[in-house]
Design a protein around this ligand. Structure first.
Ligand code: ADP
Length: 510
């Protein structure tokens, strides 16, 4: 069957960029076969050797920084500066991080062996899982594909990437970058296509699935994977709260809220989607926020602050959430009601007040340039309201009193919390990233981001000189000695003399 074409469009201008041939369902089987062949070669490479390929990838990307950023920008509608700082650079930095730390994280780990296992040694090895299927979204199409890819690769896995059909040009960019870096055949494959290809790949034979996208699709993939006992990491949505206490640096908090809510037009799983401001500074905050938000410049030039939405279908969700809020009594502080919007993908930056916890804008992920603001009275109340959510990906707490901020951070049901800043934790490769509740299952980045792509293999070594073991047959005459041994072993002041005496008695006896 001839393959369909995926249209890469610049959503900011409507300009057609390129047609990218979709992978066909018939090719899926072949992709898995190639991956298996690639895996046989790749898993035998030492981590050091795998890292030489990743280093090459870093150098290729550094060489093409401008070109990659412009391609990401053209296919997403985000401004080129945001493509560079939030999509491309955290990816290159992620490779850099692995070059420095992966070998240590994934090398053999000696662990202690309890005295009851006298004479043995124990260690853990990290064994690759095999073929890792990565399904990625359109909002940070480079980073959310490449970080799991490089993390899986360094552990000795092969990778099949199914990038989002909404940003197919970026899928092609990723394919080109890995080709230029010279990875062996079958080690990295990119299957272009829509959800049907994604579904066919999921039903193929992956050893691990790493999915980033909507809760709805995450549940579908999780269900299919569970049938086959395929382990998964699911990185899903968020409804991240920001809490501003009365002693916060208001100027900074206003700027932080504006960036946190509107960067990438709010199409960020960790964007600020709920803002709670202490009632004593609420009016002052709203006034400054209005000024700050209206100063943001829109466009698609190097100097513009903010580009367009990426995915047309997302516009309808954003509209529905604003309409629902306005119907239920919310008040527009910035922006126009949806009926006044033009037909472009540059949605007005919207700030809403008089918002209640029952509105869609507070309950459901919006993924658009909207910031609902609410006043709160007490620490206890605001924590309760923040936690009253299906999601728990990220949150931010703003206060000059760091002990207060840390106390609140500890009580938030969230995968990450940032104090006096927003979003940035995801770019710290030392920190694990992932959600609680409907925001997802599993973690990546940090140590777990590498180890999760491997089986942890536990190895126990005995020199094999002793004739027998405590627990081996025959049991005849052993029970009273074992009782005495365990009694002396587990009592408060362990009696080592007696333990050892019983231990040798058993060994001698058998
Ligand atoms: P988003 O709203 O961010 O596009 P989706 O969950 O719809 O979130 O899509 C994220 C990724 O999942 C995309 O690459 C998409 O093609 C893929 N996808 C969507 N539905 C399925 C499915 N049923 N099986 C596998 N992949 C899917």
């Amino acid at each position: 069957m001839p393959s369909e074409l995926l249209k890469a469009i610049n959503p900011a201008t409507g300009e057609w960029l390129k047609d990218i041939p979709s992978t066909t369902i018939e090719e899926v089987h072949h992709i898995y076969e190639s991956a298996q062949k690639g895996y046989k070669v790749w898993k035998e490479f030492s981590i050091k050797k795998r890292l030489t390929y990743l280093k090459k990838l870093r150098l290729v990307m550094t060489d093409e920084l401008d070109e990659i950023s412009r391609q990401v920008s053209s296919n997403t509608g985000k401004v080129v500066t945001e493509a560079l700082i939030a999509d491309v650079i955290p990816t290159v930095d992620g490779i850099f991080h692995l070059e420095k730390h992966a070998e240590e994280v994934l090398s053999r780990k000696k662990v202690k062996t309890p005295t009851l296992f006298k004479g043995k040694k124990s260690y853990i090895e990290f064994m690759p899982r095999g073929v890792v299927l990565i399904i990625s979204p359109w909002n940070y199409p480079l980073n959310l594909s490449m970080i799991p890819m490089i993390s899986a690769l360094v552990g000795g896995n092969c990778v099949i990437l199914k990038p989002s059909e909404v940003t197919p040009l970026v899928g092609e960019v990723i394919e080109r970058l890995f080709k230029r870096a010279g990875f062996p055949e079958g080690v990295v494959q990119v299957a272009h296509g829509d959800k049907e290809i994604g579904a066919a790949l999921t039903s193929g034979n992956p050893d691990y699935i790493f999915f980033t996208g909507s809760v709805r699709t995450g549940k579908i993939i999780g269900e299919i994977a569970a049938q086959k006992l395929i382990p998964t990491t699911l990185e899903l949505g968020g409804k991240d709260p920001m809490i501003v206490f009365e002693d916060a640096n208001i100027e900074r908090a206003v700027k932080g809220a504006t960036w946190g809510a509107f960067t990438n037009s709010g199409q960020v799983c960790m964007s600020t989607e709920r803002l709670y401001v202490h009632e004593s500074v609420y009016n002052q905050f709203i006034e400054q926020l209005q000024k700050e938000v209206t100063s943001i410049t829109r466009g698609h030039t190097e100097d513009s602050d903010l580009g367009s939405m990426t995915f047309p279908a997302q516009v309808d969700i954003v509209k529905a959430h604003i309409q629902d809020a306005l119907e239920k009594g919310a008040k527009l502080i910035c922006g126009d009601p949806p009926e006044k919007w033009d037909q472009t993908m540059f949605l007005p930056l919207t700030v809403l007040a008089n918002v209640t916890q029952e509105m869609k804008i507070i309950k459901e992920e919006t993924f658009g340039p909207i910031l609902p603001v609410m006043a709160f009275q007490s620490e206890e109340e605001v924590i309760k309201r923040c936690n009253d959510s299906e999601y728990g990906l990220n949150a931010s707490v703003w206060s000059r009193d760091l002990s207060l901020a840390q106390r609140v951070a500890s009580q938030l049901e969230s995968g990450s919390v940032v104090i006096n800043d927003v979003i940035s934790s995801v770019a710290n490769h030392y920190l694990p990233f992932g959600g609680v509740k409907s925001s997802g299952i599993g973690r990546y980045h940090g140590i777990e981001g590498l180890t999760s792509f491997c089986h942890q293999k536990s190895i126990t070594v005995d020199k094999g000189n002793k004739k027998t073991e405590l627990q081996w047959f025959p049991y005849k005459g052993k029970y009273p000695i074992l009782l005495s041994l365990f009694k002396n072993y587990f009592r408060d002041n362990r009696n080592w003399g007696k333990v050892l005496k019983d231990y040798y008695k058993i060994n001698k006896k058998h």
